[in-house]
Design a protein around this ligand. Structure first.
Ligand SMILES: [Zn+2]
Length: 429
């Protein structure tokens, strides 16, 4: 082969992975007919707070600000103290009576309370199940999601197990150190994936640096064929500590989120850098965090809702999209059986009729505007009844291309961020 031929061959070989990466990374614009927020909003932000390092002195002030703005978030908790991770260092658990009362007070304000694993350490199957039962009794509702703590062995399809390739898994392990996650191993005392769907609906998985989680993970909440028996998954956007949070929700990003009518599931630790000590004692919210929350929280186009609410709305939107796709082209009345657990989500879904097939593009005269789901159902003559199906029935499978895109985005985010250093007490996971 000539020198020129070799050069062409080398360029062609090198180009293949680049083209593949661009193909996976590219996110097609998706104009949704069913949106996970009310017609008077343009986007929704779901903050999920990993509870690592929670202490009243450092973390209560950020909740006081969130509460004063009327925002609602998903707060995770540990159900029990763990002997290897004292609450004075790891963060309080529901074993602490004062904290338990405070958590119930936050729940009464509308925050969603879910587990960040049963404890701050490894939890055997029976402890995990007991923790879910305890929380369900405490908040008088079944928790809708679980958010894994970064190092707990009972996590399933977690850590390097999120990578589809053994070489990538090995490389990831070199960066994070040896970690074992056994929640999907039937031989392990930490196994619990087989009962996980009975305990929760959703689990948070990949994290990306894109503010619009829904744009990079349009099938969420999704069924993962590589993670059998697990609940439905969702991605999240990286606001891991205060500086990430402020950067993620900077004004241009939020403006884009509104333009794209997106949804941001924010991954964060509200005990990590959101407040600062005052010389007079106590702590206050830092200025960048305060400015970010006040700007977003007072924007009438932006809704803050718990992640469970947003995922329920998106799951409901999937049901509606399927119903539209299978509707009789000749029209006529339709009775739609919706999973009873998704009926409360109906108030949080709006419809853009102009994005639907002509026979369902009612009411007329609203142009490209959105209307409430109730208005649209009335206009097209569809009736809704609580059905028998579960939220998991006919769940949407994530396409391979979308999953690979999440994998590469998650890797890029991980490589640009410091290694998880929960053990050092610097950053949670
Ligand atoms: Zn954590």
């Amino acid at each position: 082969m000539t020198r020129r031929g070799v050069a062409v061959l080398v360029v062609a070989v090198l180009a293949i992975p680049v083209i593949a990466l661009v193909f996976v990374w590219w996110t097609p614009t998706c104009e949704r007919a069913f949106l996970p927020f009310a017609p008077d909003r343009s986007c929704v932000i779901a903050v999920t707070d990993d509870t690592d390092f929670f202490q009243f002195e450092s973390t209560a002030p950020i909740y006081a600000l969130i509460d004063s703005l009327g925002l609602r978030v998903t707060k995770t908790v540990w159900a029990f103290d763990h002997e290897d991770h004292p609450p004075t260092r790891a963060g309080l658990s529901l074993d602490d009576a004062e904290y338990r009362e405070w958590v119930l007070g936050e729940a009464a304000l509308g925050h969603e309370i879910v587990l960040h694993s049963a404890t701050a350490g490894h939890d055997k199957r029976e402890v995990t199940v007991e923790a879910h039962r305890l929380l369900e009794g405490l908040v008088e509702a079944k928790p809708r999601m679980v958010i894994f703590h970064s190092t707990n062995r009972e996590a399933f399809y977690w850590g390097a197990h999120r990578l589809p390739n053994p070489v990538l898994r090995r490389l990831y392990g070199l960066r994070t150190g040896p970690r074992s996650f056994d929640g999907a191993d039937p031989e392990s005392p930490y196994y619990w994936v087989d009962v996980s769907r009975r305990l929760v609906r959703y689990v948070r998985g990949y994290t990306t640096n894109d503010v619009n989680t829904l744009a990079v993970n349009p099938s969420m909440p999704y069924e993962d064929p590589w993670a059998p028996a697990s609940p439905l998954w969702c991605a999240s956007s990286n606001g891991r500590v205060a500086s990430d949070f402020v950067s993620l929700l900077r004004a241009p990003n939020v403006e884009r989120l509104k333009e794209e009518q997106g949804a941001s599931v924010v991954y964060t630790h509200l005990a990590s850098g959101f407040t600062e000590e005052m010389s007079t004692g106590g702590a206050r919210v830092t200025r960048p965090v305060r400015e970010t929350l006040v700007r977003c929280g007072t924007d009438p186009a932006v809704e803050f809702a718990p992640a469970g609410d947003v995922l329920d709305r998106l799951r409901l939107a999937q049901f509606l999209e399927d119903a539209v796709a299978s509707a009789d082209p000749c029209g006529g009345r339709v009775t739609l059986a919706i999973p009873p657990e998704l009926v409360p989500a109906m108030d949080g879904v709006s419809v853009v009729p102009s994005r639907l097939p002509a026979r369902l593009a009612a009411p007329a005269g609203v142009g490209d505007a959105s209307v409430s789901l109730e208005v649209w159902l009335d206009a097209v003559g569809w009736k809704v009844t609580p059905g028998e199906v579960s939220v998991f029935d006919r769940a949407r499978r994530i396409p391979l291309r979308e999953r690979l895109g999440l994998v590469f985005r998650w890797l890029a985010m991980s490589l640009r961020s410091p290694v998880y250093a929960y053990e050092s007490g610097r950053v949670g996971g």
